[in-house]
Design a protein. Sequence first.
Length: 149
Amino acid sequence: MAHKDLVPKTFMRVFQKVLYTFAVMKKAFKDKDLQYLLGNLLRVGVIVSMTIVALGLLFFLIQHGRSAIHLNHFDARNLFSFSDFIARLKSGHSAAVIELGVLCLIATPVLRVIFAIIGFGKEKDGMYVLISSIVLAIIIMSIFLGALF
């Protein structure tokens, strides 16, 4: 088997396991099913994020491979603007693709907490639903407060 065939087959295997876990969610849902779902969610999230970042890096090298890098000036004001990010992503800027990969990586644990709340709810485990909801509230507050300051 060639190395280039290994990554898509591995990704498809993990993706099929995630789909299987969603099918299991319709039936009786056990703690092992939740662990399986959350583990696969984290794997898929990291793989997708890594793939997007690698593609962005490849695009960056294609677009700017021979240009000189100037690291003597860095302006941290207005470092990230969502509307500017969307416009740069639509126009094909490689840095925006890399930023998309990083955003996917940041979203992965947030999705994990959301799915944990759903899973604990299906298990009728109120204590862990409450704890996971508090964790989600803290994450959301930190994202919004970080954007303000």
